[in-house]
Design a protein around this ligand. Structure first.
Ligand code: ADP
Ligand code: ASP
Ligand code: MG
Length: 407
């Protein structure tokens, strides 16, 4: 049985006309594949509205109830879309995450998929030509509804593709592929035809929200080819796939940015073993993801530690630090929310030096101050004042020749 998984994002299902366009894509695919599994997001804006509603009802909405509420956005879109398929005499049924089930852990709001009942899906695929699955949601072993984190429908789709042995997973969105940087902030961004899983993983982790990070992790682990393409054109889009030697010829493949950053500094900590563990241990216990970390060299037996976290975690982080800092004898806790990070990414960096120096020189020319730096084998990230983000993205895009079409 040749199965294709197709995922359509919020803008693609926002109106009746757009859903009709999606139906066209699905019925065209039915000519090439025996069975289609369609994964849908909530209609554009619905998830935000539901989250806002939760915030109006409660100052700190219960996480489990919030997931139950927010998951209804996808329930609406699969109900509406399956009606359209049936009106066109396509044998189809809708499925919620909990009906399959897609079993997750109990980290409400950012749950991880543990298992997918693929046997049940294959049974349904014997009865129906198209299964329409609600993205972004699953349920715990004891049946409580969970959600996978913002943008999580991509992960639902790739996980389903892996579980069903789908030939490819198509991710339909409002841009016609993965670009060298966000085309909505840099007009010279170019579409990339093929990108390696690890480059895409760094792009997604560094803020390119075109694919949810965990969807790329799943794709890489289970070797699912993912094609990012537009619902509104017939462009073949971008294939996210295994790395090959041609990809290494390019020094930098893309520039990503993330405004969702806050910086915290603990000043004048004693430079003794156990201090870093005492700072980061309580954050990790609360599930707060720390990103960049810098510890200064010791001056007179004292040091500063600076780290970044997602902005929404700042309040809780400061509460934790208000408890930790005095115990450790820190002089003060400082914070800054007007920061953002910009990253240059490329597997070609492995074999070439000078990327960091070129990055710093380009930013210096524009008078942009670098607050923090971190690097990995295929990435260099800098933290800067948020007001310079768009400028920094454009400068780096230009510096690494991403504006040039080499094809
Ligand atoms: P969907 O609702 O279909 O899941 P998203 O809004 O989550 O769509 O993702 C698509 C958006 O990702 C694009 O509109 C674009 O602004 C943004 N984006 C950021 N970086 C990139 C990139 N490198 N290539 C393409 N799109 C990008
Ligand atoms: N509807 C969810 C969100 O807006 C999931 C998704 O669209 O992928 O984040
Ligand atoms: Mg998305």
């Amino acid at each position: 049985m040749k199965i294709l998984v197709q995922k359509f994002g919020g803008t693609s299902v926002a109106t009746l006309e757009r859903m009709q366009k999606v139906r066209e894509k699905v019925s065209n695919a039915l000519r090439r594949f025996n069975k289609i599994v369609v994964v849908l997001s909530a209609r554009a804006g619905d998830t935000n509205n539901l989250l806002q509603l939760a915030g109006q009802w409660s100052p700190a909405p219960d996480k489990a109830e919030c997931d139950l509420l927010v998951s209804t956005g996808e329930q609406m879109s699969i109900g509406l879309f399956t009606m359209l398929l049936k009106d066109a005499d396509i044998r189809a049924r809708s499925l919620l995450g909990s009906q399959i089930p897609i079993t997750t852990d109990d980290s409400f709001g950012c749950a991880r998929i543990l298992e997918i009942n693929s046997a049940a899906l294959l049974d349904w695929l014997n009865q129906y030509d198209v299964l329409v699955v609600a993205g972004f949601q699953g349920c715990t072993i004891d049946g409580r509804v969970t959600t996978l984190g913002r943008g999580g429908s991509d992960t639902s789709a790739v996980a389903l593709a892996a579980a069903l042995g789908s030939v490819e997973c198509e991710i339909y969105t409002d841009v016609d592929g993965v670009y060298t940087t966000d085309p909505n902030i840099c007009s010279s961004a170019r579409k990339i035809d093929r990108i390696a899983y690890n480059e895409m993983l760094e792009m997604a982790s560094m803020g390119a929200k075109v694919l949810h990070i965990r969807s790329v992790e799943f794709a890489q682990k289970y070797r699912v080819p993912v094609r990012v393409r537009s619902t509104f054109t017939d462009d073949p889009g971008t294939l996210v796939t295994q790395e090959d030697s041609t990809m290494e010829a390019v020094l930098v493949s893309g520039i990503a940015y993330d405004r969702d950053q806050a910086r915290v500094t603990l000043r004048d900590l004693p430079d003794v073993p156990g201090v870093a563990a005492a700072v980061f241990g309580p954050l990790s216990e609360k599930g707060i993801l720390v990103d960049m970390i810098v510890q200064n060299t010791s001056l007179g037996g004292h040091t500063d530690i600076t780290f970044t976290i997602p902005r929404k975690e700042l309040k809780q982080t400061l509460e934790i630090m208000a408890n930790v800092a005095p115990k450790l004898g820190a002089a003060e806790v400082l914070h800054d929310v007007n920061v953002a990070k910009v990253s240059a990414i490329g597997v070609g960096m492995r074999n070439h030096s000078g990327v960091a120096a070129r990055t710093f020189a380009a930013l210096t020319k524009e008078g942009i101050n670098i607050l923090m730096i971190s690097t990995s084998e295929i990435k260099i990230t800098i933290l800067i004042q948020e007001k310079y983000v768009e400028l920094a993205v454009r400068i780096l895009h230009d510096t690494f020749g991403l504006d040039w079409d080499l094809s």
